[in-house]
Each structure stands twice: as C-alpha cells, then as structure tokens.
Design a protein around this ligand. Structure first.
Ligand code: ADP
Length: 264
C-alpha cells in the first residue's frame, strides 16, 4: 500500500534548493514513429527537488520525452534510471507494463492540460481515487483527499463534480490528485495551457509549492516562456534532440546562462 501524503499546512512554502541526487537519468533515448524520429539520442539528468521545463516547437518530441521519462511509453533504445527516495535505483525502461504502472501510481504524479479527471465523480472522489487504486481504504482516502483540496484552496468544493468547477479549480483538483500519494516526481504537460494568464500563474504557484516546495521534483512541458522562467532549468528540444539548456540564475537575479546541448 502507498502511504498517503500529508497535505501542506499552508499553500506557500519556501522552495528548497535542488539536491545533488539524481532522481531520473536518461541515456541515449531514441524513439521512431515510422520515418519520424521523435527522440534522437536524448541524454538528461534530473536532480531531486529540481523543476525542469521542456520547451520546443510542436512535434519536437516534448510529449514523447515526458512520457518516456515517466514510463508511459518505452523508447526503441536507451534507458531511464529512476532512483526512489527509499530503495535501489530502477531502470524504468527495463520494467514490464505492470511494474511501470505501479511506479506511475505510487512514485509519479501527472497533471495534464485538460486535467483528465473523471467527470462523474466529485472533486474529493477524484483525488481519493489515486489512493484507492493503491489499496488505501476509503475511510482513510477521503479525509486525506479532503485535506489536500482544502490546502489547495478548494475548501467547500469537495462535493462538486468536475463540470461544476472552473478551469483553475479543475487544475487544482488535478494537482491534489497528483500529490496525494506522495509522488516523488510530478510530470506536467501544459498544466496552465488552457487557463488565462492570471489563473495560470496561480495554478503554477500551487503546482510548484506542492512539488519542489516539498523537496520533490517537477518535470513540465510548456510553450510558455514565463512558465519556463519559473523553473530551475529549461531544456529546448528540436527534432528529437536537446538543442540547448538554460539554467536559472542564482537567487541574485543575474541573467540566465545558456549552455548548448549535445545536438549538432
Ligand atoms: P511535441 O510534444 O513536441 O509536439 P511529440 O512528442 O508529440 O512532439 O511528437 C514528436 C514527433 O513524433 C512528431 O512528429 C509526432 O507527429 C510524432 N509522433 C508522436 N506520437 C506519435 C504516434 N503515436 N504515432 C505517430 N507519430 C507520432
């Protein structure tokens, strides 16, 4: 059974600096769809507590990279090593579907542009679902889900169905669902893409507080340079290769540094 993750006491917590421990390490990832190379030799190390934005034009391989790091898709070749907080490192790319599915339910959280919540269920049931499928009894899952919704500013909306919530509220439910199991790594694909800029900024702040703010890791696909600017690092893809990588400046606010990637 996966332990429930206590909700944060407050929405805002100071971001801890990323550690030097690698949580995900990808090597020589290749994935072809017919003649299209979606990933063409990607190497990427992600540290515990780090926020990483993946940018690039449409079709550059962003979603394929995110899905491959998360064990949703398997590459044709190459490896992804995941180091859990407790236990030995695991090569995700060598695991079978049921083991990868177990990792996705327990160690990873997912927030997509459209939320991908179950419309027939209430907000609290959607969040609790992440615990129920891991074997947490309903009597424990519902109070934990309620705590998370309240911590993310949705107190009083627990019994609403997804269609009765605004876009920003829906994304908060999706974040609560992604975090309630204690996900070590959260993968987000355009989490603010369907929101107006003000609501998007609020949702992004909540996403960061509830992931890197708690020492966990966030890997996020975005088209939005302002969203990427909030991350510790930005990876730029083109034609399935890492073209360049930008690291956020130190707290001093000095300009970002740009490091060319390995792509030719
Ligand atoms: P991005 O997220 O940057 O838009 P994707 O990772 O979705 O890029 O896709 C990279 C390339 O792989 C694109 O050319 C896309 O058309 C192709 N591709 C992705 N998924 C599939 C699929 N299931 N079948 C065929 N081609 C695909």
């Amino acid at each position: 059974m996966i332990e429930a993750n206590p909700a944060p006491e407050t929405a805002a917590s100071p971001a801890a600096p990323p550690s030097t421990t690698l949580v995900l390490s990808a090597r020589s990832l290749r994935r072809a769809y017919g003649s299209t190379l979606a990933l063409d030799g990607v190497d990427l190390d992600i540290r515990t507590g780090e926020s990483v934005a993946i940018m690039g034009p449409s079709g550059s391989g962003k979603s394929t990279l995110l899905h491959t790091l998360a064990g949703i898709e398997r590459p044709d070749s190459g490896s992804v090593l995941f180091t859990p907080a407790h236990g030995a490192p695991r090569e995700i790319t060598a695991l079978g579907e049921s083991e990868r599915s177990g990792l996705r339910r327990g160690s990873f959280g997912f927030v997509f542009q459209s939320g991908l919540l179950i419309p027939e269920l209430t907000a609290v049931e959607n969040v609790a679902m992440a615990l129920l499928i891991n074997g947490t009894p309903r009597a424990a899952a519902l109070p934990r889900a309620t705590e998370w919704l309240r911590a993310l500013g949705l107190g009083g909306m627990e019994e609403r169905r997804i269609g009765q919530l605004s876009g920003g509220q829906t994304q908060r439910v999706a974040i609560a669902r992604a975090q309630v199991t204690g996900a070590q790594v959260t993968f987000a694909d355009e989490p603010t893409g369907a929101l107006d800029s003000g609501t998007g900024a609020e949702v992004l702040a909540i996403l960061m507080d509830s992931t890197t703010g708690r020492g966990n890791t966030l890997v996020m696909v975005t088209h939005d340079a302002e969203v990427a600017a909030r991350c510790d690092r930005t990876i730029r893809l083109r034609d399935g290769r890492i073209l360049a990588e930008q690291t956020a400046a130190a707290a001093s606010g000095s300009p970002r540094t740009e490091t060319p990637g390995t792509a030719q």
